[in-house]
Design a protein around this ligand. Structure first.
Ligand code: H79
Length: 460
């Protein structure tokens, strides 16, 4: 079986077949062919960055998973769809949106401390509400809420001050507020009816233009759920982006024939068994929702987050990890704690992550594809490898009992050390293509231990 068939088979396994088909349709695996030189150049920073923060925050953060006393089990930002809330009634949330505790610098600081290199806040999700000063629609934070500030502007400035790149998530096709926008599971309010192209021309395209002209250089646009996005429609977005900001990356969920897409987006919380030739990214949650839900406390342990990051980087991808701030503007404390612990690990082991290449081995990746479903997550097992010129980094998810043996080493290893404890003397020997490293004592820490091997060259 090829990687692609394996990944599809894996995606088809979950019980809700409709959702699986939907996900595989929206997220083709990493491009099998090598990208063109212009794309390689444009995506260089992205491929080196490896770790970013998605920020899901909007009117849906107020109900936080509950509507009229009923709790909805699905992802929080979908509450209007789950509860079939009429457009006008949902818009009634806007006058209640007053996130007085929002502080852009604090959010960016947390991302930076976690070791993330880019942030992707959300100027518009499927609910159609703009979290910036939009002229294309009155349904926006400065016109419709008592808050009046423009958080996208504040986040742009904070990320620039702190040296992180910033992209925008923008729901180009689904819009449950503006007439004509696409509606998953069918419209539930006549106010949603309209012409899709009219919606694109009057809302989506003008808003993308606003976002690319009012906020300085934007690192990437993160489109999602490309319902009704024909090649023709998708290409109009590509032309607009290239006209306004030629260096801005376009993620893999724009739709159409994907021409002009800079990198592949995997399914939500989905990691393939192996990466492809081009850049790719997995968007993922820390608990089971993107937007804040008051009763979702199913936080993945830091150990799981670190091993997922390592797994993804060893396959050549990026990890876009989500936070869901509260309606008051606070990132949940549990998320903050986990991200700071990841950051402490990155401080010690970052040289094995940033700008690192994928594994030259591959057998260790067998059956390592995963997609986290509600309340079920998989922790990568065993070890993973990342590389740099003259370096092999072995990330051990479990501390071995005395010795670690690596097969298929087609290079001469000249030095072995632990990034977390560089003074610890390590004995190693090579016999043919087998390397044995003696690892006595206990692991230097509770998270993945990185064994850094200096070597002459890596033959593949
Ligand atoms: O922003 C987050 C999600 O809100 C968004 N992507 C991430 C980053 C997202 N939108 N849609 N989806 C993810 C996929 C949704 C699939 C489903 Fe359904 C919607 C499963 C059940 C309802 C449509 C109807 C597909 C299957 C049945």
């Amino acid at each position: 079986m090829t990687q692609n068939t394996l990944f599809r088979a894996f995606l088809a396994a979950p019980t809700i077949l409709a959702a699986a088909l939907f996900l595989s349709a929206q997220t083709p695996p990493a491009a099998p062919t090598a990208p063109d030189p212009a794309t390689i150049k444009r995506t260089q920073w992205f491929r080196d960055a490896k770790f970013g923060m998605l920020i899901t925050w909007g009117l849906y953060s107020i109900p936080a998973g509950e509507w009229k006393g009923k709790e909805y089990p699905g992802i929080g930002e979908w509450i209007q769809n789950w509860a079939q809330i009429p457009v006008a009634e949902y818009a009634g949330l806007a006058p209640q949106f007053n996130p007085v505790k929002f502080n852009a610098d604090e959010w960016v600081t947390l991302a930076r401390e976690a070791g993330m290199k880019y942030i992707v806040p959300m100027p518009k999700h499927h609910d159609g509400f703009a979290l910036y000063a939009s002229k294309a629609s009155k349904f926006n934070i400065t016109d419709a809420t008592p808050f009046k500030r423009d958080p996208m502007k504040e986040l742009t400035e904070a990320s620039r001050r702190q040296g992180l790149r910033m992209g925008f998530y923008y729901s180009q096709a689904q819009d449950w507020h503006h007439p004509g926008g696409a509606v998953s599971r069918g419209s539930w309010d006549p106010a949603q009816k309209g012409d899709f192209d009219e919606y694109l021309n009057t809302i989506a395209m003008p808003q993308v233009r606003e976002l690319l002209t009012g906020y300085g250089p934007i690192a990437l646009l993160w489109f999602d759920t490309p319902m009704q996005m024909t090649t023709d429609r998708a290409q109009r977005f590509v032309s607009l982006v290239r006209e306004l900001q030629p260096d801005c990356l376009i993620n893999g969920r724009l739709g159409g024939d994907r021409k002009g897409v800079d990198y592949s987006s995997m399914g939500d919380n989905a990691v393939p068994e192996r990466g492809g030739a081009g850049a790719w990214e997995t968007p993922a949650t820390i608990n089971d929702t993107w937007a804040y839900k008051k009763n979702d406390n199913n936080w993945k342990p830091t150990e799981v987050i670190v091993s997922k990051l390592v797994d993804i980087v060893s396959k050549g991808g990026n990890y876009l990890l989500n936070v869901g701030p509260t309606a008051e503007g606070m990132i949940p404390e549990a998320s903050g704690k986990i991200l700071k612990e990841v950051g402490a690990w990155m401080k010690v082991n970052g040289e094995a992550i940033y700008a690192a290449g994928p594994t030259p081995f591959g057998d260790e990746l067998k059956a390592s594809a995963f997609r986290d479903d509600h309340y079920v997550y998989r922790k990568p097992a065993g070890w993973r490898c990342t590389t740099k010129p003259g370096k092999l980094y072995i990330h051990l998810f479990e501390w071995p009992n005395g010795t670690f043996r690596l097969e298929g080493v087609k290079t001469r290893v000249t030095r072995a050390r632990l990034l977390a404890d560089p003074r610890r003397k390590l004995r190693f020997k090579q016999e043919g293509e087998a390397l044995t490293v003696t690892l006595s004592g206990t692991a230097p820490g509770p998270l993945a231990t990185v064994l850094a091997l200096d070597c002459a060259e890596i033959r593949r």
